[in-house]
Design a protein around this ligand. Structure first.
Ligand SMILES: [Zn+2]
Length: 328
């Protein structure tokens, strides 16, 4: 029987239920937080700024909003440099009964601190394996998947090292990989090539943010490798507006890819990337649209149904795919 690690312990993969595969209960720079804990962070859902200390309450409200819409589980890809905090995830999960699936890994587009520059992929993989086999941040909460990222700078030397570390930890433990990608730079083919070179079973790989493009030829080239894809940034209009994301999913359903796609919003309960004035300008300029954890259940699923998605296809994307990708 396949199981999945959550912040409240392992569960049977059948218990995942309706799952949003990419939602963050917290996004912050852990170094800034450690040095300047009085700094404020923003809440996209309410477009307010709050203290870092309020982040737990916002995470709880966010988890509750998901539960109210029939979501049973979220996978939270907050890794290193996104402020991963499994104790906060655990508290939010216990308070609301939302099942939360945590990860290990490093989220960077190129920069690495000296600690990682001076270590090789095997040494970094060992850290990931420790999170998967022993527990995260001194707890017994184990990571269920491995996160890595490639973005505008491409697959640089540092990014390649993190990908190889993720791949080696995956080969050793069987844990799946979620690779943040940037379709505008066509990063996925090189990311997949590295995983292949390292012997990763490609059905364990999810190429996140593939839904940021509506170039079906590119998407099919990625899918042909046997990976999953994340149609996972609904509401982030700055990368691709919803009116182009929906037809892309419908076209891929038509071509028979229900069993390879995830629907999610990449929402952040709190986010410290922008000062509140800048964030408000971004909201007002339409760079986001209803961008929070309610997006997929409340807006995207009804729109896909209107476009002809069947209940069977929905079940495949929201229940079966998470079970197959995360279960081990
Ligand atoms: Zn994300």
């Amino acid at each position: 029987m396949a199981t999945v690690e959550t912040v409240t312990g392992p569960i049977d993969a059948d218990e995942l239920g309706t799952t949003l595969i990419h939602e963050h209960l917290l996004v912050r720079d852990e170094a800034v937080y450690a040095q300047w804990p009085d700094t404020r962070t923003i809440v996209p859902m309410t477009q307010q700024a709050v203290s870092y200390d309020a982040a737990l309450d916002v995470a709880i409200d966010t988890a509750r909003a998901a539960i109210a819409l029939g979501v049973r589980t979220i996978a939270d890809p907050s890794a290193m440099f996104l402020g991963r905090d499994v104790e906060l995830m655990r508290k939010a999960s216990v308070e609301t009964d939302l099942q939360v699936v945590p990860c290990t890994g490093i989220y960077t587009y190129d920069h690495l601190p000296w600690f990682f520059l001076a270590r090789d992929a095997d040494a970094i993989a060992e850290l990931f394996v420790g999170d998967i086999e022993r527990g995260i941040q001194g707890t017994e909460i184990k990571a269920a998947f491995i996160k890595c990222a490639a973005d505008e700078p491409g697959v640089t030397e540092n990014i390649e090292k993190i990908h190889r570390a993720a791949a080696r930890a995956s080969v050793k433990t069987g844990a799946p990989i979620m690779a943040h990608s940037r379709p505008a730079s066509e990063t996925a083919p090189r990311q997949i090539e590295i995983f292949e070179e390292e012997g990763v079973e490609l059905s364990r790989v999810q190429i996140a943010h593939t839904g940021d493009t509506d170039d079906l030829d590119y998407i099919e080239r990625v899918l042909e490798k046997g990976v999953y894809i994340g149609m996972d940034r609904f509401g982030l209009e700055l990368f691709l507006p919803e009116e182009r994301r929906i037809p892309t999913v419908l076209a891929l359903l038509e071509r028979g890819y229900a069993d390879r796609m995830f629907l999610s919003a990449d929402s952040n309960a709190t986010l410290d990337w922008y000062p509140i004035e800048v964030a408000r300008q971004m909201f007002e300029a339409g760079m986001t649209k209803d961008w929070d954890i309610r997006k997929v259940p409340e807006r995207v699923i009804p729109a896909l149904r209107d476009g002809g998605m069947t209940e069977e296809q929905l079940e495949t994307m929201m229940v079966d795919n998470p079970k197959r990708w995360l279960g081990r």
